[in-house]
Design a protein around this ligand. Sequence first.
Ligand code: GLU
Length: 260
Amino acid sequence: MSLRSRSEIPTARRIVVKVGSSSISGENTGQIAPLVDALATAYGRGTEVVLVSSGAIATGMPYLRLDARPSDLATQQAAASVGQNLLMVRYQDALDRYDIVAGQVLLTAGDLENDTPRVNAQRAIDRLLALRILPIVNENDTVATHEIRFGDNDRLAALVAELIGADLLVLLSDVDALYTKPPHLPGAERIARVAFGDELAGVEIGSVGRAGVGTGGAETKVSAARVAAEAGAAVLITATPLVAEALAGVELGTWFEPAG
Ligand code: GLU
């Protein structure tokens, strides 16, 4: 049964929550604990929860003594390799407070477009969920660089939602909703609900995120939302500090109706 509105979120069976680099690294590292609190609340009511988290490069940077994001791909991948490890430690530390164990799943969008790795990933995630483990997914940056280049873990999250038949995808970033034009411009209005198939004609959608370390923007979110909605998942776009309210079904963010 697909979710018809935000108030049905607490009844969701399977949810995928995606968080961007700038929300959980650097000065926002402290947002990991409240994010995990919200995930643990959903988990505690029996919902199956998958987290898709970027942030490996940003988390690894200080450990490579880098002040700024490296510009060459190999150093970005090295930073991601170091940072992924530390990111998982930080998530697990926060999850320990709830006796929840995380499972790391590193994937590429290409994996999910090819039968053999797709079936393997689906079986592994299904089993993790059956074991009540919380899968944490990121792009496998040493073999794939799509997210590094295009900022597109949003798409990976949508493909994961499709893969596991999630009924909800929550895309978290530093902006609380989609707006009719970039939110800092006068007259920008929040778009509360997007009907299935609505092309959002007349809406000015930015392609670049505002934060320094993340790379996605509203554009990647909208196209990811369409992929997930097509697959039958409702999609909620909102800001990371609002995740607890979002998962409780409060009227916030932008809601994309699912197909069917
Ligand atoms: N998957 C990478 C990460 O987790 C890429 C993110 C980015 O390009 O900022 O850091």
